[in-house]
Design a protein around this ligand. Structure first.
Ligand code: PSU
Ligand code: MN
Length: 311
């Protein structure tokens, strides 16, 4: 594990890593910027519970007073979920938040970097960033990070607030294997299907662990994307979701909202426009992804201990 004076590892996470037990990283932008209070704090706690139920130790990652925390206490989650000025931290923001000793909520990119530093290979979240609709140069740094940091991200694809076909192309350009967990096409967050093909469909944690193992053996420094559809019962009405998304994008463009502010703004507006339907889907898929990531982490740690997967 790479440690530095900026990093504080929660004792439970530290013990799990030292003993080779499965650990799953969780991001914090979804807490500070992705969901409204109090559902943000409740969901963060539910996600940690889902990871435990899946058989792994959760490590929610964030920056508090300029210190990198690998694993938060419930009090720290509550604190982060109620602070007004939390920096949304992608790769470029990490040194800024640390030098300024401010609070930072880590995006998929920011969380991947810090998880990798701490020696955590699995990471669960809701959706990744991508190429913004109508703004082909607003490409999330998540897509770059997935191409250069060996962490496996379990998510429900990307939201259709993004240009999904363009996002799919950039994933390929960056050399990121896109796995469909129980699906032949990429899920689109609220919707179970996007119609865009995955690279391979896998149906069990062991099969995914084998791909992670092969990536390790080849020493490829690339991430892996595992895409899991939202549970059927929580999937939103597709037509209603799409209408809300289109409306929100129109409003954001009219208000000239772009860059890092775009995703949080759109998410908030879509919750309003769907009367909370999008929020319910979001919470359900986050929990489900936490559980799946834990099962994969467990399969990986078992195969590593058995020696079959070595290294
Ligand atoms: N997509 C969601 N919910 C989120 C995010 C994306 O459905 O909360 C967050 C994630 O933290 C992701 C970030 O990494 O937004 C992408 O932001 P940007 O486009 O500025 O890179
Ligand atoms: Mn963006």
């Amino acid at each position: 594990m790479f440690m530095n004076s900026y990093m504080v590892v929660h004792p439970e996470v530290e013990a799990a890593l030292a003993n080779g037990q499965p650990v799953v990283a969780l991001e914090s932008t979804v807490i500070a910027h992705g969901l409204p209070y109090p559902q943000n704090v409740e969901t963060a706690v539910l996600m940690e519970t889902a990871v435990r139920q899946g058989g792994a130790i959760p490590a929610t990652i964030a920056i508090l007073h300029g210190k990198i925390h690998i694993g938060l206490t419930q009090t720290q989650i509550e604190y982060l979920g109620t602070q007004p000025n939390v920096r949304k931290c992608s790769r470029r923001d990490l040194p800024l938040a640390i030098a300024q000793q401010t609070h930072g909520a880590t995006t998929v990119a920011g969380t991947m970097i810090l998880a990798h530093m701490a020696g955590i290979e699995l990471f669960a979240t809701g959706g990744i960033g991508g190429v913004h609709r109508g703004h082909p140069f607003d490409i999330s740094a998540d897509l770059t990070e997935l191409g250069q940091t060996p962490v496996t991200v379990v998510c429900s694809g990307a939201k259709s607030i993004l240009d999904l076909p363009a996002t799919r192309e950039v994933l390929e350009t960056n050399g990121i294997p896109v796995l469909g967990y129980g699906t032949d096409d990429m899920p689109a967050f609220y919707a179970r299907h996007s119609g865009l093909p995955v690279d391979i469909r896998l149906d069990t944690p062991d099969e995914v662990a084998a791909v992670i193992h092969a990536r390790r053996q080849l020493k490829l420094q690339t991430g892996i994307l595992v895409t899991v559809p939202v549970p059927q019962a929580a999937a939103g009405n597709e037509a209603e979701m799409e209408a809300a998304i289109a409306q929100a994008i129109k409003e954001a463009d009219a208000a000239n909202i772009h860059g890092p502010a775009a995703t949080p703004w759109l998410l908030r507006r879509i919750v309003e426009l769907t009367n909370g339907q999008s929020l319910r889907a979001n919470i359900a898929l986050l929990q489900n992804n936490g559980r799946v990531a834990a099962q994969i982490a467990q399969a990986l740690s078992q195969s590593t201990q058995n020696g079959t997967n070595g290294s």
